[in-house]
Design a protein around this ligand. Structure first.
Ligand SMILES: C[S@@+](CC[C@H](N)C(=O)[O-])C[C@H]1O[C@@H](n2cnc3c(N)ncnc32)[C@H](O)[C@@H]1O
Length: 295
């Protein structure tokens, strides 16, 4: 595989040390990607069982390799993780010893220009993880949503301070011609935004991706179901990559430990990657891992 499209699993050692995979244990990898965490579980215990989910049908090529080796104890579902109830009905299983979520997109998605996730690569404005079923693309939003709606999306999902100015520029541009590509959008954003530390397009692209894939609702919906599908003493480990996701996870774990008393907080503060990991995998730099255990 092209090195750029390879995905290095973030904090994989930390994940397995918290989840502690065991023979005959059953684990749910909600964000399979290239299967980094699933492989790490099987490396520790070949007799563990893994149910893996990913909404992106392109991940199926990584499923085959693991399926061949672990035919009887690995099952993959191409679904959204919020559809867990539907998946559980198909398998004879109700609860898990460990649940893993590694949110956001993989390198395979980010670095493939045809998926339209990256402002550094020219491609169609797409950004759908589930491109087979989701009809809403970033192009549809950028070319058809009102100025106010665009500004709100950039502000709420990207925490973009220049949201209104960028929305105005987009409207000005699209009255002349449609905005079709990531490079065209990036050029428009650069007319308004200047950032010493980040690419000026980072926040708008993040906002569009979150909106296209309904990421925050997906996360909340899954978390609300997660307690019931976790065994007693089972653990849930979640890696987030921006403050909007981390806030949802933090508040959920806090509420379930303080109010309902169903979870025990295992990581008082979020675990972050080592300097060494950040050096060899810059994508890991904003990762935060939170872990809780069912009481
Ligand atoms: C950061 S990657 C995970 C990488 C994986 N841990 C590995 O080691 O290869 C996130 C993956 O989760 C998938 N994903 C994101 N949101 C999802 C959702 N709501 N339901 C199912 N899959 C989702 C994406 O398609 C992507 O492949």
């Amino acid at each position: 595989m092209d090195k750029e499209l390879s995905h290095f699993p973030v904090m994989v050692n930390e994940i397995v040390s918290f989840i502690k995979p065991e023979d005959n244990g059953i684990y749910l990898d909600c964000t399979f990607g290239q299967g980094g965490y699933t492989k790490a579980i099987f490396k520790i215990s070949e007799k563990a069982n893994v149910i893996a989910i990913d909404q992106d049908s392109d991940t199926k090529i990584f499923v085959e390799e693991i399926s061949r080796q672990f035919r009887n104890n690995f099952f993959f579902f191409c679904n959204k993780f919020s559809e867990i109830d539907k998946i559980l009905k198909k398998i004879d299983q109700e609860q898990f010893d460990g649940i893993l979520l590694d949110l956001g997109m993989s390198n395979t998605q980010l670095n493939n220009p045809s998926r339209g996730f990256s402002f550094e690569k020219d491609g169609p404005l797409d950004m759908r993880m589930d491109y087979k079923n989701n009809q809403l693309t970033a192009k549809e939003i950028i070319n058809n949503y009102s100025e106010k709606d665009l500004a709100n999306i950039f502000y709420y999902y990207g925490e973009e301070r220049n949201s209104r100015k960028i929305a105005r520029q987009i409207i000005n541009y699209r009255t002349k011609e449609p905005i079709n590509t990531t490079s065209e959008l990036s050029k428009i954003i650069k007319k308004v935004n200047f950032d010493k530390f980040k690419n000026p397009s980072t926040r708008v692209f993040q906002a569009l991706r979150i909106y296209v894939n309904d990421e925050l609702n997906e996360l909340e919906s899954f978390l609300n179901k997660s307690i019931n599908i976790l065994k007693r003493k089972g653990r849930i480990a979640i890696i987030t990559f921006h403050s909007l996701e981390d806030r949802i996870v933090k508040n959920f774990i806090k509420k379930q430990s303080e109010l309902s008393g169903q979870l025990k907080i295992i990581t008082k503060k979020p675990v972050i990657p080592s300097l060494h990991e950040v050096k060899i995998n810059s994508r890991s730099r904003s990762a935060k891992l939170r872990v809780a255990e069912k009481i």
